[in-house]
Ligand binder design. Sequence first.
Ligand SMILES: *[C@@H]1O[C@H](CO)[C@@H](O)[C@H](O)[C@H]1NC(C)=O
Length: 253
Amino acid sequence: MYCTLSIPLSCQHKHNIFLTCFTLFHVTADGTQLILVNNCRRSIWPGILGNTGKMTPKDGGFHMRSGDEVVFDVPEKWSGRLWARQNCHFNKTGQGSCDTGDCNGQLKCRGLGGKPPATVVEMTLGSSTSPLHFYDVSLVDGFNVPVSMRPVGGGTGCGVAECDVDLNICCPSALEVKVDGEVVGCKSACLAIQSAKYCCTGKFADPKTCKPTIFAHLFKAICPKAYSYAFDESSSLNRCRATRYVIIFCPPK
Ligand SMILES: *[C@@H]1O[C@H](CO)[C@@H](O)[C@H](O)[C@H]1NC(C)=O
């Protein structure tokens, strides 16, 4: 189950635009439908990684033009992550590189993770017997593109996970990743400094000893609905029972 659809830039602010696509399809009994929307002004190349033992939808990567929408199903109990890659150039065999989120130069990530910094959408889906889905947006690996995940419909606990602000604009210079003078990503303190204290590893691998740093506080202040460091408060984790979720890159504010 899959469709793509180009949305004219002029009507991207109309959220209900994606109804035109996914109502043509119905969700399979036990799976969950993910609807990806590229609301950014430029192309992105989402990367998808199923956790160990889980399938990888759509071979783990594809191109989305500005305004494109892509819909696919994942099976029950699926868990994994997805992220945007920017400024990619691939040749006919799907090999090349991206400025951020690159998975070893492959268009189709097929089991490879993205190179940080990248804003990551994480989820652990339930099943018919254990129906809660868990999802969050994580800045633990830094930031590249604003993103949100929300259920279609709603319900108790069905919050919005998001970092909807362009953190690249307010990234401390020590954490910037630049390409041709343009800030394309903002590293997490762990990534930039690579010490146990900032990464919550070693003797800091405990919520009692690993406290948010000044950088994590900054990320949290700007994006309160995202995980900013390894032991961030669990309020950033959403729990929901919806059958469809919309993931929007560069969500409207
Ligand atoms: C695509 O790029 C890869 C890596 O640079 C190269 O090895 C391969 O030959 C290229 N394929 C084509 C068809 O250009």
